[in-house]
Design a protein around this ligand. Structure first.
Ligand code: FE2
Length: 301
């Protein structure tokens, strides 16, 4: 495994494909000063400041961190890492985590505009009650395995999700599935319907007015399968497409090779969005349930 001063790097406990990166205190301490140069408003209004804080993080590692995480995220065998402070302290609050997430994402690529919030990132809560129109904030429903960006024109090469805070949470584990671990990948990838164009649209809360058309499966440069899929947004135009989506959904959810894991507060998970699917288990009911998340999605440089 790679050695990086100020970081502890191991295979994640639940999967060899996920790299676990723990940030030692000395690095956290050194980040406080450069992170304090800009407040959140500056990061939102002046895109170049995001690169400045990303560079200040990378400089602490002689620019080895960016090389390392870019290798992981592009490597078909891994394609995913979790990065988190080794020790939780009062320095690590939501503002720090927004900045850390911004820094990490800007070492990988440029974020897509998140139409849900009108920013380069989105913060949102999952709570007991929800009146929204998608599964994102429905605490007591399983959020099925999917990729992000299925209904937008921008390319979504990667996604980053940060757990900012949670209270009274039981359940709600993160589910991850790598395409190469999925039992029926070959069968569905080789089905002609997998290469057929589907129409994708999204509910009102996403603030995306248009529809897009694309196939569920595609091939990378080495002809390996890639997927762009979510259960809620494709609009099947006939029985064949409908049944194909049902089969796909059943097969993904039925996979025994899903990684189901409880991510700690203050951790960031970053995954390649072409061959990793992600989802969330339902929460156990609690009136005071609260989880706050941050997401950034984008393309590679
Ligand atoms: Fe998602």
């Amino acid at each position: 495994m790679q050695k990086l001063n100020g970081f502890e790097i191991t295979e994640y406990k639940n999967s060899k494909r996920i790299i676990d990166i723990k940030i030692e205190n000395e690095i956290i301490d050194k980040l406080i000063f450069p992170f304090n140069k800009f407040n959140i408003t500056a990061l939102e209004y002046k895109p170049f400041t995001r690169f400045t804080i990303a560079k200040s993080l990378d400089d602490l590692t002689n620019n080895k961190l960016s090389k390392f995480i870019n290798l992981i995220i592009r490597d078909r065998n891994t394609g995913c890492f979790i990065i988190s402070p080794k020790q939780i302290s009062s320095k690590i609050d939501d503002v720090f985590l927004v900045k850390l997430s911004t820094a990490i994402s800007h070492l990988i690529g440029t974020p897509n505009y998140d139409a849900m919030t009108g920013k380069y990132y989105a913060r949102f809560f999952v709570k007991h009650q929800d009146k929204s129109d998608s599964y994102l904030r429905k605490a007591y429903t399983n959020m099925d395995l999917h990729t992000d960006g299925t209904y937008v024109k921008e390319i979504t090469d990667w996604l980053l999700m940060t757990k900012l805070e949670e209270k009274n949470v039981r359940g709600g584990e993160t589910a991850m599935l790598h395409l190469d671990d999925w039992e029926h990948c070959g069968e569905l990838f080789n089905d002609p319907l997998g290469a057929q164009d589907f129409v994708w649209s999204s509910p009102k809360s996403k603030n995306v007015e248009y529809e897009v058309k694309h196939s569920i499966f595609s091939k990378d440069q080495k002809k390996q399968p890639q997927i762009s899929y979510i259960d809620q947004f494709p609009e099947p135009k006939n029985m064949e497409q409908g049944l194909f989506l049902q089969k796909l959904s059943d097969s993904l959810e039925g996979s025994k090779n899903k990684i189901v894991t409880k991510l700690p507060v203050s951790s960031l998970i970053v995954a390649n969005n072409h061959f990793w699917l992600h989802g969330r288990k339902s929460f156990k009911e609690n009136k005071n349930l609260s989880r706050e998340l941050l997401r950034i999605r984008g393309s590679f440089f």
